[in-house]
Design a binder for this molecule. Structure first.
Ligand SMILES: Cc1cc2nc3c(=O)[nH]c(=O)nc-3n(C[C@H](O)[C@H](O)[C@H](O)COP(=O)(O)OP(=O)(O)OC[C@H]3O[C@@H](n4cnc5c(N)ncnc54)[C@H](O)[C@@H]3O)c2cc1C
Length: 417
């Protein structure tokens, strides 16, 4: 076996391998864009009957559900980042370390930074995009300034490291945290992050204050915590819109007020991964991908599925599925099962997804909320969503066990060894 072929099979150092050396497969080729929760789940399931190539631009899988704990200094970086190679070896697919630049749906081809790659079936699992320009009326220079100084760190990549440096280096003054309008990724996570900042202000005895500007209705559990435990440190402003932002003078204009800030996390409006828009997979009036609600097949192309946080409205009753990792991985499995069924000449009865999300409500005394979301189909076929929230006053390591189970399912048995 020559080294290139061996590397391909192991899924290692795939960036060295241009796609044209990947031989035409005897089995149908499935290309999966994005090695996050949705893409990894889809790749694993598709490998049962397809030649799968997963294309990912980041060198490692980053566990965002741990990121707030890491920002608070309560999780190690090694637990946040995981190599892809063991997943590819364990489940029998290949990883191409490259950026997908474009999707040519007519030619069934993706163009990557390492060359073109044809497909029979395409799963787009690119996560979210953030429209930073929308914060600054389309001003490109202001958007670049934002990325350097105020980025949300809400996606895997360099922004998260720079956010950690910004938080560790925060020495005092006004800290501004702005949320986007829902839907956005992991609904409780911005509030959990606010608690991390408030706790840092108090425990580091900083002369500082945090303003949380939230265009959404209040989240009662956090509203109470901010009012009862962090009255000195936090002003929480629900149902409040950001009217204007001057990133250079560091002034935010709100509905009836102005905030001058020394540091900030500004969360721009979110939408489907950029590729969904450029490949015509979003609805004309929406920032999110248009798919069927059951199998996540694109409404624009029967050979394309979109899974994970990119997916748009699925229900007239509750709108979007919660944008969580667990739900993204369920979508990946459902879409892959449907692709395998279609290859076999049939259709699949989709499983109903579910989601669990853990978020810290306070760090000391430790308190956590667990949010479980489940679904059932009512008589007329519409999905009904049930959300249960449980407050845990003496939280154990249940969130770690939840995460480990997902990591083993996504990355293989060695992931937590
Ligand atoms: C602070 C925080 C806390 C959270 N807590 C929880 C929790 O408790 N429970 C839970 O279930 N979820 C939680 N989440 C949400 C969870 O992380 C996301 O819902 C999940 O990552 C979505 O999976 P995805 O596959 O859609 O996207 P991602 O995991 O973001 O994966 C998308 C991948 O696609 C890649 N990609 C995008 N475009 C391209 C391209 N052009 N070429 C190549 N690669 C590309 C990206 O690099 C990325 O790796 C949390 C998120 C945050 C930020």
């Amino acid at each position: 076996m020559n080294p290139t072929r061996r590397q391909l099979l192991l899924g290692t150092a795939a960036i060295l391998c241009a796609p044209h050396v990947i031989a035409t497969p005897a089995r149908p080729r499935a290309v999966v864009i994005g090695g996050g929760w949705g893409g990894l789940a889809a790749a694993r399931a598709l490998a049962a009957a397809c030649d799968v190539v997963l294309v990912e631009r980041q060198p490692r899988f980053v566990v965002l559900p741990l990121s707030n704990r890491w920002l608070a200094g309560r999780a190690e970086k090694r637990r946040l980042q995981h190599d892809y190679a063991p997943a590819a070896a364990a489940f029998g697919y290949r990883i191409l370390a490259a950026e997908v630049l474009a999707i040519d749906r007519a030619a069934r081809r993706v163009d990557t930074s390492a060359g073109p790659l044809t497909y029979d079936w395409l799963v787009v699992a690119g996560g979210i995009s953030e429209d930073a320009a929308a914060l600054f009326d389309g001003d490109a220079a202001a958007s670049r300034h934002y990325t350097e100084h105020f980025a949300s760190g809400y996606r895997a990549g360099a922004d998260l490291d720079s956010l950690k440096r910004r938080l560790d280096g925060f020495a005092g003054g006004e800290f501004l945290l702005t949320l986007p309008l829902a839907p956005y990724r992991c609904p409780p996570a911005p509030y959990e992050r606010a608690v991390v900042i408030a706790h840092a202000i108090r425990s580091r005895r900083l002369k500082a204050h945090l303003t949380v500007v939230d265009p959404n209705p209040p989240w009662p559990a956090y509203q109470r915590i901010f009012a009862e435990r962090y009255r000195q440190e936090v002003s929480y402003l629900p149902n409040t819109r950001l009217r204007q932002l001057d990133p250079y003078r560091q002034v935010a204009t709100l509905d009836i007020d102005e905030v001058h800030f020394a540091a900030a996390i500004l969360m721009p409006p979110q939408g489907a991964a950029t590729l969904c828009r450029t490949a015509g997979l979003t609805a004309p009036d929406s920032a999110w991908a248009a798919t069927d609600a059951r199998h996540f097949g694109s409404l624009a192309d029967e050979r394309v599925f979109v899974v994970g946080d990119s997916v748009g409205m699925v229900s007239p009753l509750f709108g979007h599925y919660p944008k969580t990792g667990q739900l993204a991985s369920r979508m990946g499995q459902i879409a892959a099962t449907e692709i395998l069924a279609r290859i076999a000449g049939s259709r699949s009865e989709p499983a109903l997804p579910d989601s669990t999300c853990y978020a810290w409500v306070d760090l000391e005394p430790a308190e956590r909320v667990r949010i479980d979301t489940s679904y059932r189909r009512r008589g007329d076929g519409e999905l009904v969503q049930t959300i249960r929230q449980q407050r845990e006053h003496q939280p154990g390591a249940e969130d770690d066990a939840w995460l480990d189970a997902h990591l083993r399912a996504l990355l293989g048995p060695a992931a937590t060894g």
